[in-house]
Design a protein around this ligand. Sequence first.
Ligand code: APR
Length: 255
Amino acid sequence: MIKEDIDRAASLMLASDYVVGLTGAGISVESGIRPFRGPGGLWTEYGEPPMDGYQRFLADPKRHWEQISRKDGYLGELYKALEGAKPHPAHYALAELEELGVLKYLITQNVDNLHRAAGSKKVAEIHGNFFRMRCIQCNSRYEQEEISLESIPPLCPKCAGIIKTDGVMFGEPIPLDVLEVCQREVGNSDCILSVGTSAFVYPAAGFPKQVKRNGGVLIEIGPYETELTALCDISIRGKAGKVLPQLVDSVKFKL
Ligand code: APR
């Protein structure tokens, strides 16, 4: 059953002109980072953070930075997992699909940097990157070590604007430069490979639906059904680390 589905998925991808990947927290579960929702989810345990997180940041950035440095609530666990995580076979499989020229672009909702660490080049991090900082005024991005936290909130070396972590908070608009790349790639796409996302959070959750509306193909991989499953041409029940390497083998066999 799963083997046939994987082979069909490989054929559908090879018959498509522009395959785009969309990943979520589920693809990094096997790297030791908990998902947000469903069984074992961080929000399932701690509750969803307030939807106006960004407005609270703008109201008192100093207080926000103090919370971060104390690693309050779920932050402690999440930061520890992010700092210690390494890519696993699912991340490498997507990097290999890019190298084979089958995957044209990868949109990730994850802030864990694991796709880049696995060698993926064409990556849009729609929710930012945990290991980076960003100026909310000029949108310049910095590696963590480039910004001193001696005085908080840290200020932008270029424009003296306030610096925040690059991760997009609830209530924060997606930085335009990243959003434009995502919209361009989804606009080009006739096949979405969705892995490890509950497809609950917009605008990312809208991308597969857009491709489907435009007559494209939708392939999903994950252990549980999601908001997308009913729309999918193929929906494979399984863990990313098990299914994606098999998908690469099937693609390579057919190439
Ligand atoms: N392999 C593949 N998928 C998995 C695995 C696994 N090993 N384990 C769990 N999953 C699936 C779950 O079944 C679920 O459908 O991954 C999905 C994770 O969903 P969420 O936790 O909702 O994560 P995500 O879709 O990325 O959330 C979107 O919400 O909280 C915000 O900013 C946060 O980027 C995040 C966004």
